[in-house]
Structure formats: C-alpha cells, structure tokens
Design a binder for this molecule. Structure first.
Ligand code: ATP
Ligand code: ZN
Length: 313
C-alpha cells in the first residue's frame, strides 16, 4: 500500500515506473471526459493524484498523465509517455512542423477513436461575396493551425497570407486582422454566432490513439494489445443492440433482411409452435422505431431490443 501511495502523488513530481503503461490525455477540455470514459469502459479503475496531474491505475499496470493537448504529441514522441490520445488536428499540425525540421514518423498512429469529431474549415464573413477556394487568393487568413493551413493552401495552389493567432480566431475579421479564418467547428454554431459562413473544409478530425516510436517492454506491449481489443469492443457496442423476437418460419427471409447490420441471427424453435421460431440477433446499427414497425408488419411479435454492454469478437 505504501508503494502504491508513493507512486500516486509526490507533490510536483511524476514518478516514472517503466513497467507501467503511461497514457497522456487532455487535462481539461473537450477530449477529457471521453478519454477517461473510454479507459474506464476498457476496465480501468483509477484514483486521481493530489496534484491532479497523474491518475494511478488500480487494477491495470497503466497510469494516466493529464496535460494540455498540445503537449501530447511531444510527450509520446519523446517516450515520456507510451501512449497518447489527441485530436488529429493537433497531431497533424505537429507532424507538419516536425517535417519542416526534417524529422519524420515521430509517433505511431494506432487507431481513430469514436469521439472528438470536428472539422477544420475556412470561413468568411456572411456578408462577403467570396464563394470558392480561388477567391481566397490575396486574402489574410487567421488561424492557430499555420502548418495545416499553409499545407492546404499549397495543395490548392492558393496564394494567401497566413496570420498566426493564439486564440479567438473567430473575431479576427471583425477586428480587421484578416479577411478569413481557418478554425475547428463541430456544429457550426460558433461560426453563425460570429456571422461567419463556411467556404471550404481543410481537415476532418477525431480523437486518435498514438504510441511512442520507442520499443515497448513485452509486458507493456501485451497490455497495449489487450487494451486495443477492448477499445474495438467498446466502439462496436456503441450502436449495437441485441434483438429478440418471435416470427413465423415463413417470414424468416424478410425478417433477416430487416435486421440492421446483423450477420447471422440465432434461430430457436418454440416448444409447441412448430410454425414459429425465436430469432436472436446482434444488430451493429441503431434500431429505430421504424425498424420495429417493419418487423411487426413482416409477422414478428414479442420484439425486445436490449443494449449490448460488452463485445469481444
Ligand atoms: P488545452 O487547454 O488542452 O490546450 P484546447 O483549448 O486546445 O485545450 P479544446 O477546445 O478542449 O482544446 O479541444 C480539444 C480538441 O477537441 C481539439 O483539438 C479537437 O480535436 C477536438 N474538438 C472537437 N470538437 C471541437 C470544436 N467544436 N472546437 C474545437 N475543438 C474540437
Ligand atoms: Zn490546446
């Protein structure tokens, strides 16, 4: 117990235990809750250190380091952390910056995760006449992502000036600092609130799991592989439902066609009803009321739709 406590939180320091996987996630922001929730769904129980910087994994050899998202690529690249979860936008900006310095393949991109979805777009004030990418020629575009924007401008053969800001990009046109902006949007509400409209999409982003380029100890690699399988399971069950219903044998072909995203349903005879069967199926897509109504119209009865909690392929 004393050893556990000392690993948890000596104030102001981060104890590095080389035998344990260290995962960097965003400390406080849009990816924080989803990332912690994903690790918990993978089976992790953790306690938070007093310094709020480190979470100690109680039931897995895995600790979480809570940091600013911009620091995550370097922490993983420099092997301070074995893994990191960060938006593709942050990752891409870093990758391009490193490439400009002649450094390549700095982290291993393991897989996209199912959250943090957003787009990096170029937007212009609503009351302007700019319509196409070519209209951006000669303009000033404000952004906090100069590398991604510059790269996009090159591929589009557009000559525009990149104005680098550290925040509040959406007010740059009103302040007269730029004619257009390049920023992240999810719903587009912030753009409309600032009387801006989208012109072009530069990048689609989501949270991504990355790994250090340094080789992992065998035990850590085994845990990483286990966690990745669990992440796949967590992602698969998100939309999945388990459907149970009764149906006439004669309607089976129609019923199977109606079950969304189901591979091979289990067909079970019903005692005393030779013409009817029970059908059980995992549907990997959402099941809507319309689907249930169609199933009923095809002859199904006693239809039950249950959430799937865990799945291992
Ligand atoms: P930090 O303090 O860690 O530097 P931040 O302010 O840079 O935080 P957040 O605004 O919390 O970052 O966004 C974190 C990530 O969430 C973004 O880099 C992006 O990948 C993702 N994201 C999802 N939706 C949006 C959105 N609507 N606007 C901005 N980022 C979004
Ligand atoms: Zn940031």
């Amino acid at each position: 117990m004393a050893a556990m406590r000392s690993r948890r939180c000596a104030p102001g320091t981060v104890r590095v235990d080389k035998q344990r996987l260290k995962v960097a996630i965003q400390k406080s922001g849009r990816l924080t809750d989803h990332s912690l929730d994903l690790l918990v769904r993978c089976g992790l129980k953790y306690s938070r250190g007093k310094d709020q910087l480190l979470c100690f994994g109680e039931n897995m050899p895995l600790d979480i380091l809570l940091v600013r998202d911009d620091d995550i690529p370097d922490l993983v690249r420099e092997d301070v952390c074995d893994l990191g979860i960060v938006g593709r936008n942050v990752l891409e900006e870093k990758r391009l910056a490193l490439r400009a310095q002649g450094l390549a393949a700095p982290f291993i991109e393991l897989q996209s995760l199912d959250y943090g979805r957003c787009r990096m777009v170029i937007a212009v004030p609503e009351d302007t006449s700019y319509q196409t990418a070519a209209d951006l020629n000669g303009l000033r575009i404000a952004t906090t992502y100069p590398q991604i924007l510059s790269q996009w401008l090159i591929t589009q053969r557009i000559s525009a000036q990149v104005v680098i800001l550290s925040g509040a990009v959406e007010i740059a046109p009103r302040l007269g600092r730029a004619e257009a902006i390049c920023d992240l949007v999810a719903t587009g509400n912030t753009l409309s609130a600032n009387r801006l409209r989208e012109l072009e999409t530069v990048l689609h982003s989501e949270a991504v799991l990355i790994q250090t380029p340094a080789p992992l100890l065998a035990d850590k690699l085994a845990w990483l592989n286990r966690i990745r399988l669990r992440i796949d399971g967590v992602q698969q069950v998100k939309e999945s439902k388990y459907i149970m219903l009764h149906a006439p044998r004669s309607a089976l072909a129609d019923i199977r066609r109606l079950l969304p995203g189901s591979e091979s349903p289990t067909i079970i005879p019903l005692e005393g009803h030779p013409e009817r069967v029970a059908v059980h199926a995992v549907c990997r897509e959402n099941v809507f009321w319309e689907t249930l109504e169609s199933l009923k119209a095809a002859g199904a009865s006693a239809v039950l739709v249950l959430p799937v909690e865990k799945m291992l392929a």
